[in-house]
Design a protein around this ligand. Structure first.
Ligand SMILES: NC(=O)c1ccc[n+]([C@@H]2O[C@H](COP(=O)([O-])OP(=O)(O)OC[C@H]3O[C@@H](n4cnc5c(N)ncnc54)[C@H](OP(=O)(O)O)[C@@H]3O)[C@@H](O)[C@H]2O)c1
Length: 259
């Protein structure tokens, strides 16, 4: 008589938003290397999203890309169902996509506030809500990781609407963790200056990256490793891991891009 083969656990599946480029791509690759099947979300960067999909597929099982403008509520509400149509189940969401446009107290208006709030806070809440409902149907548990920013602990008024939207997401991180436990864990990961922007020269970026108690801020690999840790540790919820070389312990009058 042959011994029955034990059931094979389905491969864990994660949706990473903004995964075409930069930190989102690094997170997607790290999770694929750790055995996750990755749903790669993007908005405009279709070519880069295809590359992330191909690279994740080489590391784990077939990955796929999904397009959505996270400022559009209908598009956000369709995103998780689209991933479920393709993969059958989802276990985690990493909210890395982020609108980052400059405004100040002087230039502030409702349009900028709403644009940032929708994409950076509202979408993360809707995706958590959708993941929780799906996990409940499966009687399973899972996790959400929200990408925050060390500047919430070391504030300056530059990029006002972006900062307000990340502050809202940080509050949501706590509230969602309270409301959606025990099925869903919700963890924040707050990088320091990690990747440069079009507003910084390479020399300026290098100098600012060193401006931290540890003598360096975070690398993309450090941030991705922390996201992987947050997803794998079953006892963390409702808190934020700052990955910034201690930049949040310092005091900066301006945003890095304007220093
Ligand atoms: N990079 C850093 O040094 C740093 C520092 C502190 C915190 N963080 C946080 O870490 C996360 C990742 O940082 P990053 O620098 O990789 O981000 P990023 O390059 O500024 O943005 C990542 C992606 O977000 C997507 N996105 C923006 N608005 C969107 C919208 N309305 N709908 C859908 N997608 C949208 C874009 O996708 P498409 O290109 O496909 O349009 C973009 O490629 C962010 O949450 C950021 O706030 C980063």
């Amino acid at each position: 008589m042959s011994t029955p083969t034990p059931p094979v656990a389905p491969q864990p599946t994660v949706l990473v938003t903004g995964a075409a480029k930069r930190l989102g791509r690094e997170i997607a690759l790290k999770l694929a290397a750790a055995g996750w099947r990755v749903a790669v979300h993007y908005r405009d960067s279709v070519v880069e999203a295809r590359k992330t999909v191909a690279d994740c597929t080489k590391l784990a099982a077939a990955s796929t890309s999904f397009r959505a403008n996270l400022a559009n509520e209908t598009a956000v509400r369709q995103l998780l169902p689209s991933v479920l149509d393709k993969f059958g189940h989802v276990d985690a969401v990493v909210n890395s996509a982020s609108t980052f446009e400059h405004d100040t107290v002087a230039s502030f208006g409702f349009a900028a506030l709403e644009k940032h709030m929708r994409a950076n806070a509202g979408a993360a809440i809707l995706l958590s809500q959708a993941l929780h409902s799906h996990l409940k149907e499966r009687n399973a548990s899972g996790a959400v990781v929200n990408l925050l920013d060390q500047k919430l602990w070391n504030p300056n008024p530059d990029f006002l609407s972006y900062t307000l939207s990340k502050a809202a997401l940080e509050a949501a991180n706590t509230l969602l963790a309270m409301e959606l436990a025990p099925r869903l864990r919700v963890v924040g990961v707050a990088p320091g200056l990690t990747l440069t922007s079009h507003m910084l020269s390479p020399e300026k970026f290098e100098a600012l990256h060193k401006l931290a108690p540890l003598g360096h801020s975070s690398t993309a690999a450090d941030v991705a490793a922390t996201v992987a840790f947050a997803l794998s540790n079953p006892s963390i919820t409702g808190t934020t891991l700052l990955v910034d070389g201690g930049q949040h312990l310092m005091r900066f009058e301006r945003d890095f891009s304007l220093m």
